[in-house]
Write a protein that binds this ligand. Sequence first.
Ligand SMILES: *Cc1c(COP(=O)(O)O)cnc(C)c1O
Length: 439
Amino acid sequence: MKYYSTNGSSPEMSFREAVIKGLPHDQGLFFPKEIPTLPADFFDRLPSLSLPQTAVEVLQPYVSPDLSPEALRQICEEVFTFQIPLVEVEKDMYALELFHGPTCAFKDVGARFMSRCLQAFTGKDKRVTVLVATSGDTGSAVANGFLGLENIDVVVLYPENGVSPIQEMQFATLGQNISAVAINGTFDDCQRLVKEAFTDPELNKARNLSSANSINVARWLPQMVYYFHAWGQWKKLNSNATEITVSVPSGNFGNLAAGLLARQMGLPVTYFVAATNRNRIVPAYLETGQYSPAPSVATIANAMDVGNPNNFPRIQEMFGANLESLKEVVKGFWADDEEIKGTIKLVHQTTGYPLDPHGAIGYLSLRQLLPELHTPGIFLETAHPAKFKDSMEEVLGQEVPLPEQLKAFLGKQKQVTELPNDFAGLKLLLMQEHKEGTL
Ligand SMILES: *Cc1c(COP(=O)(O)O)cnc(C)c1O
């Protein structure tokens, strides 16, 4: 597969080149040159395929010829080791639980897949440093995805006071090839420092820097797999049903863009819902036709606090930037913190199901839209509720127990380098560690 830039002025690249580069020169996003369609018999077989088997069939055309079928099969078997179950919350309303991976959020899927691709492409004699800025979930998914891989070091930059204690523990206690750097600044400062590192010639000469940003094709494409897996599970339960709506709690819109790509490959999803918190740039666009990025506002669904969704150009690409055809498939919805809290509480009382703040927006969007759309619904549960322990306990008035994966991080020693909010300190650290070979 070749990948072109959505801005149209960068050369086409192979999968391998697109994974290593991350971003085209022209600040666009890599997009596959062709969107293959899957044969009808694939959908007949889908309900009985395992997650890794589904992954191989869906992803093969996108990684060929850079990964052999055998290499892809091995990667998929290492990546998709946890369940992604479809759970019936109430009649005709299902949760796709994406939180059974090592850091209890859907980003585990993309981060793990990307780590194995990068390892396959960088070879044995070349050390690569993955530099990533995080406001919480990305850092933990990337750090755990890359943990213990040979020849790849990961440096996670995060705002000193900007991530929850559980989130910090998930990347700051790992050791091995993972370093945590706390910046005395905000998440935006961390992102700026990462950008500066990528444009510093001396640093780039000393270390091969790579980014594990969510726009990397190796993080984006594997997210398609669980939409197919969800449909297969739903068909197993409802063999005669044909129409379905899938709601995607969204921030940067990588997840929804992957669902829409799956639909273009033939996945029979009738509608998608672009569900957001108060950062309602995309629902507002669907309603008014005005696309107006804005500074993000803080909400309790904080992994979706994005004011300028960086994957949205991929969605525009799929629909030829035609608002009318986009609106035929994608319905907009947004909810504020009070609605999110009310939904968590009500659903817990009536069904016993513990929604997390992100999944709650997905659930509520279906509650409101399905009566008009006349289909059953699936919403993505993007993170385990215990990742947001404090706000969950406040809403539910009872303790939310940690799952085993998160308990494992408790009581471990943190190893953090604290740095002021300037590039000189970061550069010195990266140059020194390089010289001493400690990373
Ligand atoms: C990252 C994240 C989202 C948003 O996903 P996008 O692909 O950026 O739209 C939603 N929920 C959780 C829990 C996340 O970590």
